[in-house]
Design a protein around this ligand. Structure first.
Ligand code: AP5
Ligand code: MG
Ligand code: ZN
Length: 219
């Protein structure tokens, strides 16, 4: 089952993906995480992507689409029960069309799009308080979801950091970019009849419950 997690920066896409992975047979393809991995390893892709990300702009489609297929084609089994979560992809109409086409070529389809409905004013607060693990990618929040020991990952014990693009100025730019380039995908998938809206202002556990309830109703 192929599921897209769609929503503005800070909506809780990564947080929900982690909960789904803990409880279900699921894999996550998070383009932002793949770029950050390449940046920390100083690959060519990382060097190219960094300038766009630091500014809060989208990385060009031609650098993004291929790496999604690389990751997707590495997943061994794609039976009906295995969940593939697209986190942060697609983000433009062209990416969505490329995804539809590539799925068709593989005899697959996008089954559901989970849209996180969240008011803009809480996004900045969530992102500026976010801390991420340098090792396993687990995500925390200084107030909403603090780690047991400050600055230390509950999952693996490594150091927590603030992402380079989590400054207030860059966050505002990312929200603007989302509104101007990504939000059109809500109607794109509504028209396909596969959009499922979730109240992203609720707590992470409530978001997970709503995801399970709504997915249970349709599958
Ligand atoms: P990416 O890494 O995808 O970032 P994003 O979309 O801006 O989203 P975030 O990761 O910031 O938010 P999230 O929804 O995952 O929230 P989270 O769960 O962490 O992309 C980064 C950059 O990479 C882009 O700007 C772009 O340059 C580039 N890029 C990536 N994909 C691309 C693509 N397809 N095309 C082109 N360029 C691309 O939660 C946020 C915080 O809130 C956390 O602290 C968390 O603990 C807390 N929180 C989460 N849920 C809740 C809740 N329900 N209640 C209270 N707090 C919560
Ligand atoms: Mg994320
Ligand atoms: Zn960790």
């Amino acid at each position: 089952m192929n599921i897209i997690l769609l929503g503005p920066p800070g909506a809780g896409k990564g947080t929900l993906a982690n909960k789904i992975k803990e409880e279900k047979d699921a894999v996550q393809i998070a383009t932002g995480d793949i770029f950050r991995y390449n940046i920390s390893n100083e690959t060519d892709l990382g060097l190219k992507a960094k300038a766009y990300m630091d500014r809060g702009d989208l990385v060009p489609d031609e650098l993004t689409v291929d790496l999604v297929w690389d990751a997707f084609d590495k997943i061994d089994s794609k039976d009906d029960k295995k969940i593939v979560l697209f986190d942060g992809f697609p983000r433009t109409i062209d990416q969505a069309k490329a995804l539809d086409l590539g799925m068709k070529e593989r005899g697959q389809k996008i089954d559901q799009v989970v849209y996180f409905d969240v008011d803009e004013d809480i996004l900045v607060e969530r992102i500026s308080g976010r801390r991420v693990c340098t090792n396993c990618g687990a995500t925390f929040h200084v107030k909403n979801n603090p780690p047991k020991v400050e600055g230390v990952c509950d999952v693996c014990g490594e150091k927590l950091i603030q992402r380079d693009d989590d400054t207030e100025k860059t966050v505002e730019k990312r929200i603007h970019v989302y509104n101007s380039q990504t939000a059109v995908l809500i109607d794109y998938y509504k028209d396909q009849g596969i959009l499922l809206s979730i109240d992203g202002t609720n707590s992470p556990d409530e978001v997970f419950d709503e995801f399970n309830d709504k997915l249970g109703e349709i599958s």
